[in-house]
Design a protein around this ligand. Structure first.
Ligand code: CP
Length: 310
């Protein structure tokens, strides 16, 4: 296993099964479900600075990274409106990264363009954490999804996971599918043909001999431990008329309660728009808010790991 100290977190494919399991086990140190402590972790990264650079909107990822940084004692600098920075005056992306690199110990960046985090890592000599680069990757979301599955099922090997909704543009489902392919997990894809899982990902699953099935609608007799619902990514469509045609095809309303009653656990990376009826929120197997909270523990662990403080 490679050391995490000084490491960039850019692409979920950079992590072996063993490394993913290591991150999940380290996250337990920060999760009150597993560790009852009356002392905070405030001293772990005291004196270190996180630069939080959000070129695209976020609630969970930005705020949980801010919270995680402070919970382990870090200071925070950064922005979430690039127009408030000298980018507005024409400063380049690379120069912005060079400058923030000089002021911080780790860069946490979200950007609308695929490959932006990799480009930042080429410029920076401190760890860069990809907090989402366009439709490409969101590796810390994938790690928190795996952590949620592990926490809820007690294992990853041997389970069945259904991924539903926008499987074409959803970066979370692409990365989760790749990560799950390192485990013995049956994957079930449910989408409209126009939003199906891209062939490039299915090809990888075939090469890795992963068992998977594809459906065009939610099967009545869905045989899955988890259903991972997703938002149709309006912002990735070139033609909004195409978005209008597919946006409401996979909305989970009150009838979905029967699946929850049977034990299917419902996940969603959030934000949701209308694809899960809030009437389902109170069901014990609707676990998307718990999933979002788990992001805090994963991000505390990742920050401490890349800073060499665990
Ligand atoms: N899941 C997720 O990335 O949410 P935000 O866009 O609010 O960060």
């Amino acid at each position: 296993m490679k050391t995490f100290k000084g490491r960039d977190i850019i692409d979920i494919n950079d992590f072996s099964r063993e490394e993913l399991l290591y991150v999940l086990s380290e996250a337990k140190r920060f999760d009150p479900t597993f560790v009852k402590r009356d002392r905070s972790n405030y001293e772990i990264a005291q004196g270190k600075i996180a630069a939080v650079l959000f070129f695209e909107q976020s609630t969970r990822t930005e705020q949980s990274f801010r919270s995680a940084s402070q919970k382990i004692g870090m200071g925070i600098i950064g922005f979430n409106d690039p127009e408030s920075t000298s980018i507005h005056k024409g400063e380049s992306f690379r120069d912005t990264i060079r400058i923030m690199n000089a002021y911080a110990d780790v860069l946490i960046m979200r950007h609308p363009e695929s490959g932006a985090a990799k480009e930042a890592a080429e410029v920076a000599d401190i760890p860069v954490i990809n907090a989402g680069d366009g439709p490409n990757q969101h590796p810390t979301q994938t790690m928190l999804d795996l952590y949620t599955i592990m926490k809820e099922a007690g294992k990853i090997d041997g389970i069945k996971v259904a991924l539903m909704g926008d499987l074409k543009y959803g970066r979370t489902v692409h990365a989760l599918s790749l990560a799950l392919s390192q485990f013995k997990v049956k994957q079930i894809f449910i989408s409209h043909p126009k939003l199906k899982m891209p062939e490039e990902f299915l090809k990888i699953l075939k090469e890795r001999r992963v068992e998977f099935e594809e459906f065009e609608k939610l099967p009545d007799d869905l045989d899955a431990d988890f259903l991972y619902q997703t938002r149709v990514q309006k912002e990735r469509f070139d033609d909004l008329k195409e978005y209008e045609k597919v946006k409401d095809l996979f909305v989970l309303g009150a009838p979905f309660r029967k699946y929850l009653d049977k034990g299917v656990k419902l996940m969603h990376p959030l934000p949701r728009v209308n694809e899960i009826d809030p009437a389902l929120d109170s069901h014990e197997n609707a676990i998307y808010f718990k999933q979002a909270k788990n992001g805090l523990y994963i991000r505390e662990a990742l920050l401490a790991l890349v800073l060499g403080r665990l």
